[in-house]
Design a protein around this ligand. Sequence first.
Ligand code: ADP
Ligand code: ADP
Length: 227
Amino acid sequence: MLVQFYNVSKIYSNGVKALDDVSLKIERGEFLFLMGPSGAGKSTLIKLFFREEVPTRGQIFIASRSIVRMKRSEVPPLRRNIGIIFQDFKLLENKTASENIAFAMEVVGANPKEIRQRVAEVIEMVGLKGRENSFPGELSGGEQQRVGIARALANRPLLLIADEPTGNLDIDISREIMELLFDINRKGTTVIMATHARELVKAARKRVILLDKGRVIADNPNGESIV
Ligand code: ADP
Ligand code: ADP
């Protein structure tokens, strides 16, 4: 089991209950979608994974370790095991594709040789060969998201979290990005994708967790009853 949430609630300091008694389990190697209307608690749930927020109640285990009672010094290693990609890519504009990826490894202290090898590997994996030295501004949206994915994979995370990764992309490019995420999943990385893109979810036939008002209102193994 990779992830276990037990009766997790999150109440922000302003009194908003963003998550209400959420329990869920995610196996290693799963691909799952997180859906729900704006304000349902998706971002809050995602923030709990890498300990940007801590729950008000409940327990969370990742790879059998409690991340609720975790010491401050254990947070960076946790975050190294979780890759994240964003709707707006969040690339460094003054760094090339390669440099953006390398930077993610430099900050965790990888050596230059390791970095060179791994950057070439992930560039190849996401289909960006030949674009290594382009700056984000010179790349299309789909290419920028590929850089984001390569960067998220650089440190070989157990878990890849994609927060609306296709939200800024048109449908054909979105489908290509989905194929890439499926491919990464087939190679063993667990993937959690928050999205509003119902047509992509429907086509994927993967597990869907539906949140509403902070509660899990459906958890469907192949997406059928959701869309
Ligand atoms: P989303 O695209 O997930 O709907 P939001 O626009 O709701 O994003 O939120 C943007 C950021 O502001 C998030 O980091 C969220 O945690 C934070 N946020 C949302 N609602 C509030 C609030 N009522 N008070 C403070 N921060 C909030
Ligand atoms: P979603 O990602 O599904 O849009 P969020 O997790 O961003 O949902 O928000 C769930 C609820 O928590 C919303 O009512 C939002 O306004 C509130 N919220 C989110 N972040 C904060 C925050 N930092 N402080 C206070 N309220 C927040």
